[in-house]
Design a protein around this ligand. Sequence first.
Ligand code: PLP
Length: 405
Amino acid sequence: MVKDGSAEGSAPYDWLNHSLTALHRAHRYRSVQAIEGRAGATIQCQGQPLINFASNDYLGLASDPRLAAAAIAAIQTYGTGSTGSRLLSGHRQLHEELEQAIATLKGTDDALVFSSGYLANLGAIAALVGTPDLIVGDEYNHSSLRAGGKVSGATTLDYRHNDTDHLKQLLEEHRDRHRRCLITTDSVFSMDGDLCPLPAILDLAAAYKSMVLVDEAHGTGVFGAGGSGVVEHLDCTKRPLITVGTLSKALGSLGGYVAGSKPLIEFLRNRAPGWVYTTGLSPADTAAALAAVQIVQHEPQRRDTLWRSVNHLTQQIDQILAEAKKNSLGLKRLPSGSPIIGLQISSAAAVVEASRQLQRAGLWVAAVRPPTVPTSRLRITLMATHQPAHLDHLTTALRALANQP
Ligand SMILES: *Cc1c(COP(=O)(O)O)cnc(C)c1O
């Protein structure tokens, strides 16, 4: 029996306020700030214009008029809601067109769109494995991959980040005791920006009779000559694997997908509760994503511009850090191979203050703290629509941060 005056308080909801106070004390409290109007390379927040280095809209498509036009046309044709699950009344020709376009982009037989990338991971994993099975995943995997593991009921083990020796050791020890095995990894790690060693993971999967699910949330549209993603970039398109991704990052819309073989997609259509029991993607989101896939395929110059910016900024940051006399914040660039650039800072309090300082200088940069990541950092993301002057503005402010007493 809970007594009056216990630490949690007497009323059943008192613990909420205690938890919030604890979050504030640990500098882990989070809040939202509204962006006014369209979010492009520049944004407006509380009347202040800011250069946006916190977006996942790598190609700048979320504010592209062609996506908006496609969404508006779809609303006019189909209305705003898809009105039911795909198996009942929610299926439209548009969904099929998008799924075909994704399969073509990915070089797979087929694809299936979900209401979000989060749900695609949850739905696919929970459908593919169950209690007799094993999931071995990278310790830095996205929250949705972990959630999928939990929901599935499978035994889940983490291998050390990008450590294929450790992965091999876990497979060697545990694989035989389970029916199926699924190896899961982000292709681009969302908070560090580094890439997974996919070819080595696929070799181990073949040796240990395991499936591989790779999350291309930050790879699609950004990597590969055709914009397909890291799977293409690392020349693994022809190998057996399950690709998951989102429509909400480089594709500038909302939703997620699974791409792979015909039997895989057919199975998910029958057995993934996160697809069967939820409403079909809205016509506007579907049409916008379809327009985005076409742009990804036909405008490689967007990727070229993006990668030029990534290389330029990385060089600039390294130079700033090499020349910094003080670096009292302990700034350190985390290893990355993508438009996500992490600048580690000594403490959670310091990273929040640094992000505020950048905001006063007209820059929007995310402060990411534990428990999302093991170490606090500024997370800078680049877009194809950033101009050289935007990057100069950022490097000037970072130089000031690195040299402050
Ligand atoms: C953003 C993200 C997701 C979730 O995608 P949503 O469409 O935003 O739900 C899944 N995996 C990774 C690695 C992500 O970064």
